[in-house]
Design a protein around this ligand. Sequence first.
Ligand SMILES: *Cc1c(COP(=O)(O)O)cnc(C)c1O
Length: 387
Amino acid sequence: MPIRPKSEFLVFGQPEIQQEEIDEVIDSMHKGWLGTGPKVAKFEQDFAAYKNMPYVAALNSCTAALHLSLLAAGIGPGDEVITTPMTFCATVNAIIHAGATPVLADIDIDSLNIAPDKIREKITSKTRAILPVHFAGRPCDMDAIVRIANEYQLKLIEDCAHAIETEYHGEKAGTFGDFSCFSFYATKNVSSGEGGMVLAKREEDIARIKILGLHGMSKDAWKRFGDDGYKHYQVVECGFKYNMMDLQAAMGMHQLARVEKNWLRRQQIWSHYQQAFADLPIDLPAEVEAETRHAYHLYTVLIDESRAGLSRDQFLDAMTVQNIGVGVHYLSLPEHPYYQKRFGWKPEDYPNAHLVGQQTLSLPISPKLSDTDIADVIQAVKNSIRY
Ligand SMILES: *Cc1c(COP(=O)(O)O)cnc(C)c1O
C-alpha cells in the first residue's frame, strides 16, 4: 500500500492559480488601483454574460451577498426564512444578521438538498422567503420550490456558493430566484481569494444592493472610483463595507474564463471516483439527475460504521495519516451549540441532515489534482476501508 511521502500532504480544496491571475494582480499593483475599480466592473460584466443575467453586483463575500439580498428583499425582524440544515453556517448567520428567524426544513437523503415537502410543513404566517442551497453543486428541485414560492408569495434567494456551473431543466442556477448569491472563497470553483457576487431579477434590487454594499452612499458614489476627479456623495442609508477590490477581481476574471475547463477536469475526477469506489461498503453520491448539470464542487461519501468497519472520524484520521487532506461538509447546523441555545434546534428533529452530518466526508476534487494525486486518493480510501 503506497503512502504519500510526508513532505507531500495533499491540501484539501486547493485553488488552481495560473500565471494570468498572477500577472493581473501585479498589473493592479503597478497601476496602484487596489480597491473597487475597472477590474471589478469587468468581472461583473463577465459574470453577467456567463449567467446571461443583466443585474449583478460584485461584493467581498457570498455571506455579504446573502445578507444584502435578504435586506433588499425587505426581510427583517419578525420574518421567517426557510433554509436547509445541511449548509455552511454563513447561510443561517446571514438570516440572523438581517434580523429574521431561520427555520430549517430537512434534506432529501439522496440529493442532500432541501426537501420541498419539508418546506411546506414549515410555512407559517410569518414565512417570507425560501433560501435553498444547491448542495455540492447538485441543483435543488427548483420546479417544486418555485411552485411553493409562487403559491405563498415568498421571496426566493438561491445560495449558489457551490453552484456556479449548475443547471436545472435547461436553466442556469441563480436564474430562478429573486436573488442568487455566489462565493469566490479560496476553495470554491471560481476563486478570488475572498469574494462574492449577487444576481437580482429586478434592476432596482441590484441598485439597492450596490448602495447597501458601500456604506449606504448614493449610487453615483461608485463613479467616484472613476478618474474624472472628486465628486460629492450622499449617504442615503446606513450601509455596510462589502465592496470587492480590483485585486480580487483580477484573480476572479481569469478564474471565470477557465470555469468550463476546470469543470471538465472535476467531472473526470468525479467519474474516476464513482468507478473506483463502486464496490466499497460506503455510500457514493447519487448519479447526476437527468436534464440537470452538476457543478461537481464537492465529492462526498457517507461512512456508515456498521458497514465500513470504521467511523467517519476514524476514516478521516486514516486519510490524514496517509497525507490526504479531506473535508466535512457539513455537521448539520442543529449540532452547533449557538443555534441550539438560541433557537432550541435539536439534531434529531432533522434526521436526514443529522445522519449525513455524522457520516459525510469530502474527498479532494480540485482541478489542480494530478493523475498521481487522484490515484493516491483512491488507494488511500481503499487502504482506510481495510484499516
Ligand atoms: C462558502 C459558502 C458560503 C459563504 O461564502 P463566503 O464567500 O465565504 O462568504 C455560503 N454558503 C455556502 C453553502 C458556502 O459553501
